[in-house]
Design a protein around this ligand. Structure first.
Ligand code: ATP
Ligand code: LTN
Length: 331
């Protein structure tokens, strides 16, 4: 039986956080044996926010190295860089013409990012979800593992697939999101009602996968909590709840076990033991990450072979799409 198809992407818009790891990368790794997985570094998405070219280049290779450091095996999964496969931009244009302005206006990520941007808004930020739909639909993905924040974008992808299929006949698989019930939304350490985000201007708000032991311990120590003083899992204590979630995912302990372990102990003990849990979980990832970064030839081999594999899958879909909408084949 043919394996079902998985697609996901991460933006090289900065160094990756434990939010990216818990909500996305960790889950990517789990899917590799059962599915035909495609994991992309979405550099074309990253430029919807101004990037320094030198940093974009570095961050792109960093994300690729982090993919592999967190366990993605390039012999099992197709690992590639979005801008290497022109079909993404090409399908995106076609999908733009069947997307309604009203749908894009409702996207919360656009609303939030446009609030933060002081410069003139660019049209790419607005059509960002259409490019994301193109990414997914090109590979005929059945499943898309993402964090909770991407749910609305996934709904648009589904909607565009259905609209195209009903207008022109069955062409695209309608993708389903794979969002874990637990850990799909890791919150900022400084503002526990906001998502932890790698582009946050406050570096204390996130833990990077490449942070040193000292930085990790310091950021957890400074994490905003409350004045209740006991380790409980409730919405009234969003800071502590978030730290328990991080602990649970990385230690494998259940929420109940964690609460029991820290009952009667203060936040200080909980935080310093959590720092140990995070440091231990990241340690092997950091070692592998460094090895990949030191081996630029291998990275290049991975992304160029990945682009070839991705390209042939993507072209097949794009060819069908062009034919159905009435473009004359080049011959
Ligand atoms: P940016 O801050 O640049 O918007 P980001 O940190 O939100 O970036 P993305 O590259 O947009 O990261 O996301 C990569 C993947 O990580 C997506 O699947 C996203 O849902 C997931 N993710 C991002 N932040 C979190 C978080 N705080 N908790 C859980 N999952 C997350
Ligand atoms: N929009 C996503 C990144 C992304 C993606 C994708 C995720 C771009 N294309 C395709 C899944 C599938 C984000 O901001 N996290």
């Amino acid at each position: 039986m043919e394996k079902k198809i998985v697609f996901s992407g991460v933006q090289p818009s900065g160094a990756l956080t434990i939010g990216n790891y818990i909500g996305a990368l960790r889950n990517f790794t789990e899917l590799q044996d059962e599915y035909d997985c495609n994991y992309c570094v979405v550099d074309m998405h990253a430029i919807t926010i101004p990037q320094v070219p030198k940093n974009l280049r570095k961050n792109t290779l960093d994300v690729l190295a982090m993919y592999m450091a967190s366990g993605i095996d390039p012999d099992k999964s197709t690992l590639f860089i979005q801008s290497h496969v022109p079909a993404h931009a090409e399908l995106s244009w076609v999908l733009n013409t069947i997307t309604y302005m009203g749908q894009l206006n409702r996207m919360t990520q656009f609303k939030e990012k446009s609030k933060k941007s002081d410069e003139n808004l660019n049209a790419g930020l607005f059509t960002y979800p259409v490019l994301m739909a193109a990414d997914i639909l090109l590979y005929q993905a059945d499943f898309v593992p993402v964090g909770e924040d991407q749910k609305q974008h996934l709904e648009l992808s589904r909607d565009l697939a259905e609209r195209f299929n009903s207008r022109y006949s069955d062409t695209f698989t309608v993708p389903e999101p794979l969002i874990k019930e637990f850990g799909a939304r890791i919150m900022s350490l400084q503002d526990p009602v906001a998502k932890m985000s790698k582009s946050d201007s406050d570096t204390n708000a996130y833990i990077l996968l490449q942070d040193s032991k000292d930085q990790i311990a310091r950021k957890i120590k400074r994490a905003v909590t409350d004045c209740i003083g006991s380790v409980n899992y409730t919405d009234e204590q969003p800071g502590i709840k978030n730290l328990i979630n991080i602990h649970s995912v990385l230690s494998g302990m259940s929420v109940d076990e964690i609460i029991k372990l820290y009952s009667g102990k203060g936040y200080g003990v909980f935080k310093s033991e959590l720092a140990e849990v995070v440091i231990d979980a990241l340690d092997p990832i950091q070692t592998r990450y460094q090895q990949y970064l030191d081996n630029k030839d291998f990275l290049e081999k991975v992304y160029s072979e990945g682009a070839n594999k991705a390209e042939s899958k993507a072209r097949k879909t794009l060819r069908k799409v062009y034919k159905k909408i009435g473009f004359v084949p080049r011959g």
